[in-house]
Design a binder for this molecule. Structure first.
Ligand code: ADP
Length: 260
């Protein structure tokens, strides 16, 4: 983009227009840079499993037929990396869809207590681990059912992935907001990494996450959904003690009031 040359003063209409154009260029440039970064990060993340698949298929072609151990190792690696790629592309698609849907998000009165309990139960079965939900009553928020379930899924699954103990979820009222706490007694997040965990593709420990199949996209998806709901997501963590994610969502008492 080419900038217009604008002198300091006096400001006539043409110069004001020039300044406006320059501001527009700055915005376009920063959006362009963000998109460029995103594409380059996404390509990099997709290339890694592809490289593993490529090298293991080469190995299979050369040795596989004669060596049962290599055959087994190669098939397992190709299988794991294909699943990683599948999950990654699924999450990238979700991220793109969330961006598009931002404008139409807040349309339903959601029983947040019910969907939290439902999601907790599903994941508790999947991981064969206790996920308990504590609440005094049913609370409602205004939002998008599928997107909120996705956020709950991400936070509960992370709690289960990064700890070995049961997970606790508390739902309570905090002024005009419904506050949800996701408490795990897991490995925790180092203080210096906390500011980055909502960034796309960020993982505290690349090798460890690779074992758990993480893409580093979950929390950035969760944050983009919560931002679109005009809510807040916070984190507090101590290494080797555990992590608590806190969600704030505006309470919805009467849907007719809210969508006026
Ligand atoms: P991933 O798919 O890698 O889990 P996320 O965006 O969901 O991606 O999380 C980013 C990183 O934040 C994870 O790789 C992990 O290092 C860290 N993290 C997220 N949740 C927790 C948690 N409950 N306990 C410890 N670390 C966590």
């Amino acid at each position: 983009f080419q900038r217009l040359n604008v002198s300091e003063k006096p400001k006539d209409e043409l110069e004001q227009m020039g300044e406006t154009f320059n501001k527009m260029i700055e915005i376009l440039e920063s959006n362009y840079e963000k998109q460029r970064r995103f594409i380059s990060d996404a390509s990099h993340e997709l290339r890694t499993p592809l490289t593993v698949i490529e090298s293991y298929s080469k190995l299979l072609k050369r040795w596989g037929k004669h060596d049962p151990n290599r055959l087994e190792e190669a098939i397992n690696a190709i299988h794991d990396e294909s699943i990683r790629m599948k999950n990654l592309t699924k999450q990238l698609l979700l991220l793109a869809t969330n961006e598009q849907e931002k404008a139409t998000t807040l349309s339903e009165k959601i029983n947040i207590t019910a969907i939290t309990t439902e999601t907790a139960k599903k994941l508790s079965v999947a991981f064969d681990r206790d996920v308990s939900v504590t609440t005094h009553t049913e609370y409602f928020v205004l939002g998008n059912d599928l997107q909120l379930k996705q956020v709950l899924f991400i936070l509960i699954e992370n709690g289960l992935k990064y700890s070995k103990a049961p997970i606790q979820i508390n739902i309570e009222k905090d002024k005009d907001y419904i506050k949800l706490l996701f408490i795990d007694k897991g490995i925790g997040i180092p203080a210096e990494d906390l500011p980055h965990i909502f960034n796309r593709f960020f993982r505290v420990d690349k090798t460890r996450s690779r074992q758990t199949g993480g893409s580093g996209l979950g929390l950035s998806i969760a944050k983009s959904i919560i931002d679109a709901h005009n809510g807040k997501i916070e984190v507090a963590s101590t290494v080797n003690e555990g992590t608590t994610f806190t969600l704030f969502l505006k309470e919805c008492k009467d849907i007719r009031e809210e969508i006026k």
